[in-house]
Write a protein that binds this ligand. Structure first.
Ligand SMILES: Cc1ncc(COP(=O)(O)O)c(C=O)c1O
Length: 301
């Protein structure tokens, strides 16, 4: 998946061109844009809006130099998933700016919970079809992280240019991985629903335990396997060992040192003060980690 996104940027970006990236973002997006010679333009998607970009914020981020809008729903790192109506509000903005192309990273398509229904830009607004690159992969739904298989659909000319970048860099992913991906995609899909039951349970466990903490607010995400709680209410407090929590990086470091629980601090994803937990692990480990987190936060003064 990563290679596909990178190929598309390498094939299309010219110096001075901009890419709109909602924050919090998957850490690779801004760096990929920089590597491809472009300029990332960060558009905030705040806690108040459940980490979803508003049409106003998208409108404000677009300039005559905008080449791409990178969209990721459900999202890494927040798990936020856009409903049809929420996405339609964004595609309406894009319809007013015909020079902006859409790169949609649908990696978490199948990891959707409760009554959330996944949708993707070219489906919500078919008129965007000719300027949309739809990206997906087997890493998440098929638990094949490490096999390095992603795929994309888009206008023929764009795919042709991406193919050139690929063929002059890594050539292709190995055939072993390609055949494994064919099997994953053509084989039975039943276990995805089973997995999602498990993920729903783990999400609820983590969200509930985090929201029991004074000073922590954790929206319940629609998909993926991440939560992105705010620790705004803990900033300025001090640990028993005398460390003042000045930002989310200090929080994550103190938490790791005092309790052994590893989280990723929000600054890495472009929105603070927050941290990310991946709940793609056992119920027992999550319960233990959240209990330690609760104790750590209760001890702050
Ligand atoms: C949003 C997002 N896109 C893409 C990827 C990368 O997928 P791949 O393993 O196919 O490179 C990830 C993996 O963490 C991701 O979270």
């Amino acid at each position: 998946g990563k290679q596909i996104l990178y190929n598309a940027l390498m094939a299309t970006m010219n110096p001075g061109e901009e890419v709109v990236i909602p924050a919090p973002y998957w850490v690779s997006y801004p760096d990929m844009v920089l590597l491809a010679g472009g300029t990332p333009v960060i558009a905030p998607a705040t806690l108040e809006n459940d980490f979803k970009l508003t049409p106003e914020a998208l409108e404000e981020a677009i300039t005559p130099n905008t080449k791409w809008f990178i969209f990721n729903s459900p999202s890494n790192p927040t798990g936020a998933g856009y409903s049809w109506d929420e996405l339609k509000a964004l595609t309406d903005v894009l319809m007013r700016h015909p020079h902006v192309w859409v790169m949609t990273d649908d990696m978490y398509e199948h990891l959707a919970y409760d009554d959330f229904k996944f949708c993707t830009p070219a489906q919500v607004e078919p008129a965007l079809y000719d300027r949309t690159l739809t990206v997906n992969g087997v890493s998440k739904a098929y638990a094949m992280t490490g096999w390095r298989i992603g795929y994309a659909a888009g206008p023929e000319k764009l795919i042709g240019a991406m193919r050139k970048v690929q063929s002059q860099s890594t050539s292709n992913p190995c055939t072993v991985s390609q055949w494994a991906a064919v099997e994953a995609l053509n084989g039975t899909q039943d276990y995805i629903a089973e997995n999602n039951k498990m993920f729903t349970r783990r999400r609820n466990l983590v969200v509930d335990m985090l929201n029991e903490i004074d000073g922590v607010i954790c929206p319940k995400p629609e998909g993926a396997f991440y939560v992105y709680p705010s620790i705004a209410g803990l900033i300025g407090k001090t640990t028993p060992s005398g460390i003042t929590i000045t930002d989310d990086e200090v929080f994550a470091t103190a938490l790791l040192e005092d309790t052994g629980v590893a989280v990723v601090f929000g600054a890495a994803f472009g929105l603070s003060p927050n941290f990310r937990i991946s709940y793609a692990t056992s119920d027992e480990a999550l319960k233990e980690a959240c209990t330690r987190l609760q104790k750590f936060c209760a001890a702050l003064s």
